[in-house]
Each structure stands twice: as structure tokens, then as C-alpha cells.
Design a protein around this ligand. Structure first.
Ligand code: OOG
Ligand code: NI
Length: 461
């Protein structure tokens, strides 16, 4: 029998092999990431593993896919459900970017600490929004919805196996093999000719709309390794002549603890694709739909921590607007140094980031009573705090990643009222609840505090 987490790890590994064959620059990125991680581990020792064991980090990937209809999204939820992955978080990218990105998104990932430690594979999953009149007029919406209704992304056999895996939380070896084969195949780039005129029609609205609704299949559009020093990785990739986007998205490289998520990407090369012209002839063309991305993960922040992050982003934006040519990274570093606590302990004390707590093995044992409250327990050495790693995404970075890989601006008609899509709507489309990431981190933190209270005999108070 193959358990859910083994299926998840195997799926991530096979997807990685497939993507490496299809996009050679990805293999370079994985190699450089591995070398950077080895170097960081050598230089920093155990400290380098504070936000995840080297085993976890080396295997860690996130992918991204895009689908067209609530029905397709529901099927995606069944496939990832088989792998023990739940939809977490709601990201609305329709306004987050200057270019037209007509999607709303969630991320499928494991949610329990133990499952994350085994394999944290996650997939950023976007759903097209044809009902948003800022992007699609009534006629194009109708054509698009008809096109989407007529395609099948996932074979029934794959979905049936997924349901069995989810129900039993495991699959027999042969079924597991079949499931993995079909699941990886569903995300390969199709060789079916692309309808050139239809693709171009959607491309005028948005390259993302064309990528989703212009073809009869879906595909993984990037797979992202995790690296322990993204600034060093960026330099090494540039040295190899791979042209990265001009920034690392997210928090700056600063002297305090790593927070949230930092990401950077490069555009993949155009890939040859067969194209069918209106008279039915098939010619050879090229599409640029896949790219490379790498990320460094930091500590998960609370709602207050996130509000602070967003405020500081705004501050840097204002500075940049006032001073054209401003070195954004340097400015962000200064802003952060002035506003963000520079130690984990202070982040915990101010309730800005999430930690789990353990009773310290060298706590006082002279009969003293432990103090009340986690902050005091920490200060007096009764407990230790371990940071919780950020397992989610950032909408503004995601928009930047989308945008940096689009050819053409597309169009968004802001005179129209946007259609309302929110987390509740997405839950309905998925047929399951979109979980709140803050609630998940808080649960992990609270469980550890309850355990500390039990161990120190504080729970009756
Ligand atoms: C997803 C872009 C967002 C990230 O890491 O923020 C993303 C896409 O291009 O489909 O993957
Ligand atoms: Ni990504």
C-alpha cells in the first residue's frame, strides 16, 4: 500500500522529472539551488535548518496550474485531495497587477505540521473569471464558456482513482502507479495543434486567458525549488547568463529574521507548438507559456505582522513614486530596519509572527513555580520557541510573477464594474472549504502552548 504522503512525494518527484525533461533551464535552476543549499548548510550549520530540515527543503517544490471552470477546479481538488492537499487561502489577482490577469486563485497544500514535514508540496491554482465584464464582453464570455464546457482535462479513470485514494487515505501499489502516471500526464504540455485564431482572440484580452482557455488541455506552468539564500542564487544564475527578472519579490534582504516569502523568476524560452490556421492547415509556431521560479521561505506572520508588511510595501512604493530611479531594495532595507523587530524573540513578544513552543530541557528544576504566560516562560528559559515556516503565497508577488512572464499587456476595461469573486464563492466552486491560512498557523501555535501547559502542570489555572 502507498500512503497519501508517499503519493504526494512521488507525484512531486515525477512532476519534477517531467518538467526537467520539458524545460531544461529548470534542471539548471534545481542544480544551482542544491549547490547553494549545500554551501549555506556548510557555512551556517544547524541554524540553516531552523525553517525546515535539509531533506525537506531539498525535495520542496511548488507548482502552478490554471483552469477554466468551477467544474475543472472541483476535479483538481479531488486529484490533490488524493495527495492529502487542501485548498488554503484566496488570492484575487485581477487587480494586483498592471497587466490583465483575469483569475482568482488558491493553493493546495498539506495542512498538518507532520504532513508538511514529510513533504510540503503545494500547487498555486488559478481559475479563469469569464464572468468579469472588465475582461470579457458577453459574446466572448459565451464563446469561451462553450469552448471550456467541451473539453476534458482529466480522464474519468484518474478521478476515480483519486476518489479511492482520498477515501482510503492510501492506494494499492498497482493503482498508485496508474494514478501517478495519469496525474503527471494530465499536466504535461499537449502536442495537440493550437487553434491559432481562437488563441489570438483571447490573447488580445490577456495572455493568461489564452493560456487557460485557448487550448483543450492544461499544463504545469512552473515548478519552483526552495533555496536557503536567494540573493546568492540570483547572482549565480545571472553569472550563468540566465536572465532573471530584475527584482526579488517580497521582503528585502535585511539583517533580521527571514519573514514570509521571497521569490524571483526567469522567462522560459518560447517552445515550438503546432498551430492550426483557419483553413485547417497545421503549421509550426511557438508559444511562451512556461517559466522558471525559485523561492526562499521565512517565518509565517500573524495578521498584525502581515498588516505591517503591507504598510511597509506601501511606504516603499510612496518613496519610489517620489524619487524616480530610487534603489528599491536599499530603500526597503532601510524601511525594514526602522520598523520590524530584528529578533525572533521580539517578533514573538509583539505577536507579529507564529512560533511553536516546547518545554526547554534545561529549564529551572529547583522547585520554582513556572511563571504564567508564554512570553514570561520564554524570557525565563522555561520554554523554547521554534518559528513556523510560511507555507503560503503573497498576492502581490504572485501578480509580479504572472506579469513578468506575460507577453503583451492585454486589456482591462475599468469602466465596467468587476464581478464579485471571493473566498466563499471559491469554496462553492471547489465543493470544499477554502481554509484560512492564519487559522492554520494559529492552531499549530495554540496546540504547542496547550502541550507546554500540560507538561508544566499549568493547565488547571
Ligand atoms: C501563478 C503565479 C503565482 C507564485 O509563486 O506566486 C505563483 C501562475 O503563473 O499561474 O506561482
Ligand atoms: Ni510560483
Amino acid at each position: 500500500m502507498i500512503s497519501q504522503w508517499q503519493l504526494r512525494a512521488a507525484f512531486a518527484a515525477r512532476l519534477s522529472d517531467m518538467y526537467g525533461r520539458e524545460v531544461p533551464a529548470y534542471t539548471t535552476l534545481v542544480d544551482v539551488s542544491r549547490r547553494v543549499n549545500e554551501d549555506v548548510l556548510r557555512a551556517r550549520g544547524a541554524d540553516a535548518e531552523r525553517l525546515g530540515s535539509v531533506g525537506r527543503v531539498t525535495a520542496e517544490r511548488h507548482g502552478a496550474i490554471r483552469v477554466g471552470t468551477p467544474g475543472e477546479l472541483g476535479q483538481v481538488a479531488r486529484i490533490f485531495g488524493a495527495l492529502g492537499m487542501c485548498p488554503v487561502g484566496f488570492y484575487d489577482l485581477r487587480e494586483a497587477a498592471a497587466s490583465a490577469v483575469p483569475v482568482v486563485s488558491t493553493a493546495f497544500r498539506p495542512v498538518e505540521g507532520e504532513e508538511l514535514a514529510r513533504n510540503p508540496f503545494r500547487v498555486f491554482t488559478s481559475l479563469l473569471t469569464p464572468a468579469d465584464p472588465r475582461f470579457f464582453d458577453a459574446d466572448l464570455r459565451a464563446r469561451l464558456e462553450t469552448f471550456l464546457a467541451g473539453r476534458e482535462l482529466f480522464p474519468p479513470e484518474l478521478l476515480a482513482l483519486a476518489d479511492r485514494a482520498a477515501a482510503g487515505r492510501e492506494l494499492p501499489d498497482d493503482d498508485a502507479e496508474r494514478f501517478l502516471h495519469l496525474a503527471v500526464a494530465a499536466f504535461e504540455l499537449s502536442t495537440e495543434p493550437v487553434d491559432k485564431a481562437w488563441y489570438a482572440t483571447l490573447e488580445r484580452v490577456s495572455a493568461v486567458a489564452a493560456d487557460i482557455g485557448g487550448v483543450r488541455s492544461t499544463h504545469i506552468n512552473h515548478l519552483t525549488p526552495r533555496v536557503l539564500d536567494i540573493d546568492e542564487l540570483y547572482r549565480r544564475m545571472a553569472d550563468r547568463g540566465i536572465e532573471m527578472i530584475d527584482t526579488i519579490q517580497g521582503p528585502p534582504d535585511w539583517q533580521g529574521p527571514d519573514l514570509l516569502l521571497r521569490q524571483t523568476s526567469f522567462r522560459a524560452l518560447a517552445e515550438p507548438r503546432a498551430m492550426r490556421t483557419p483553413d485547417g492547415t497545421v503549421t509550426s509556431g511557438a508559444l511562451r507559456v512556461r517559466f522558471g521560479e525559485v523561492e526562499a521561505r521565512g517565518i509565517a506572520v500573524t495578521r498584525n505582522g502581515r498588516a505591517l508588511y503591507d504598510r511597509l510595501l506601501d511606504l516603499v512604493d510612496q518613496q519610489a513614486a517620489r524619487h524616480p530611479g530610487l534603489d528599491r531594495a536599499a530603500c526597503a532595507r532601510t524601511v525594514w530596519a526602522a520598523h520590524v523587530p530584528a529578533t525572533e524573540r521580539e517578533l514573538a513578544a509583539q505577536g507579529l509572527a507564529y512560533f511553536t513552543y516546547q518545554v526547554a530541557s534545561d529549564r529551572p528544576r529547583d522547585g520554582r513555580r513556572p511563571p504564567a504566560g508564554i512570553a514570561e516562560l520564554l524570557r525565563q528559559g522555561w520554554v523554547r520557541a521554534e518559528p513556523l515556516v510560511y507555507e503560503d503565497f503573497l498576492p502581490r508577488s504572485a501578480a509580479g510573477i504572472f506579469q513578468s512572464n506575460l507577453s503583451g499587456e492585454g486589456s482591462r476595461n475599468d469602466e465596467q464594474e468587476g464581478a464579485a469573486y471571493d473566498s466563499g464563492w471559491l469554496s462553492g466552486a471547489l465543493g470544499r472549504d477554502v481554509l484560512d491560512p492564519y487559522a492554520l498557523y494559529e492552531q499549530q501555535q495554540n496546540r504547542s502552548i496547550a502541550q507546554v501547559a500540560r507538561e508544566l502542570g499549568l493547565d488547571g489555572e
